[in-house]
Design a protein around this ligand. Structure first.
Ligand SMILES: NC(=O)c1ccc[n+]([C@@H]2O[C@H](COP(=O)([O-])OP(=O)(O)OC[C@H]3O[C@@H](n4cnc5c(N)ncnc54)[C@H](O)[C@@H]3O)[C@@H](O)[C@H]2O)c1
Length: 287
């Protein structure tokens, strides 16, 4: 159901690769809510992805850009402003990439060239997007910039590797730039810390199925899927959240506040060969 929350708003959406991408769902929802936007991704991703289909469906244009290149970003923002004949209202940064994860390098044996690339593409690119937008004064007052993060920024999760460091930096950039952008231009900057989600980037995390099962059992509301993440993004781009800035907002069904849940403990007990595990029926009565 659409509420016209983004009627007349214009934006840039980074990171839609295929119809599993969180950014893809954000584009669909933003379109339904009345927004117009430019879609962008790397030229390589465009060759392998299905961005044309999304552009057609949402009446958008595509402008390629490598988000780690300031030159590309400057061209992207200038062309976007030309296209819309003025400033924009929102930006979604949905970009993540780690060569260490791809190559299976464990955290205590990182390749530092890859680490630098992880940080550049997955986090510093957010600073570059903000800096270019700020320099070109591309965002209207009460505009909103959102990047997607993960709870590994706060807590160690097996195998998330150097992406955890990238997410910690990403969230810090949102706070530091959010202060300046809010103070000077009344633009808000936030990160959404999303549940594990089955996407191309998500599948790069080894043991994704087990992780999804674990977080589903741990979260009182269950995992948040990509469509639900898109709905949350829309509220942050809307005028209903004008005073929310410099926050890392957990969108994870409650996972980040849990220590252990009954459902997860049941599964854990089942896998233990122990005599003193409580009976399942008994456990059902526990909180
Ligand atoms: N899937 C999950 O479990 C999950 C959970 C929390 C947060 N996130 C975050 O959500 C965001 C979107 O990821 P997704 O899960 O939708 O996966 P995805 O693979 O669909 O999206 C990642 C995107 O990053 C783009 N990208 C990579 N390098 C780039 C560069 N140099 N310049 C521009 N774009 C580049 C890719 O082309 C791709 O479109 C990422 O920041 C990811 O870390 C994902």
């Amino acid at each position: 159901m659409a509420y016209n929350l983004l009627k007349g708003k214009k934006g840039i959406i980074f990171g839609a690769l295929n119809n599993m991408s969180i950014a893809w769902k954000v584009a669909e929802q933003a379109h339904e809510e009345g927004a117009s936007f430019v879609l962008t991704n790397t030229p390589v991703a465009m060759r392998f992805g299905e961005l044309d289909e999304l552009a057609k469906k949402t009446g958008s244009i595509i402008i390629p850009a490598d988000a780690s290149s300031e030159k590309d970003l400057e061209e992207l923002v200038k062309k976007t402003m030309d296209h819309f004949g003025g400033k924009i209202d929102f930006i979604l940064h949905a970009i993540g990439m780690s060569m260490n994860v791809r190559k299976g390098n464990v955290y205590n044996e990182l390749n530092y060239n890859y680490l630098a690339k992880t940080l550049d593409v997955s986090a510093i690119s957010f600073h570059k997007v903000l800096q270019v937008a700020y320099r070109l004064d591309a965002i209207n007052e009460w505009g909103s910039v959102v990047a997607l993060s993960y709870v590994a920024a706060q807590r160690t999760l097996y195998r998330y590797n150097d992406m955890a460091d990238a997410k910690a930096l990403l969230e810090s950039i949102a706070r530091s730039f959010g202060y300046i952008y809010g103070r000077e231009r009344k633009v808000r900057v936030n990160t959404i810390s999303q549940s594990p989600t089955r996407t191309t980037a998500g599948s790069g995390v080894k043991g994704m199925d087990a992780l999804l099962d674990f977080t589903e059992r741990m979260s009182p509301l269950g995992n948040a899927d990509a469509t639900e993440c898109a709905e949350y993004c829309v509220t942050l781009f809307s005028d209903l959240t004008k005073k929310v800035t410099m926050q890392n907002l957990f969108h994870d069904g409650g996972f980040s506040s849990m220590g252990m849940s009954n459902r997860a403990m049941q599964m854990y007990n089942r896998s233990l060969e122990c005599d003193d595990c409580p009976e399942e029926e008994e456990e059902m009565n526990l909180d």
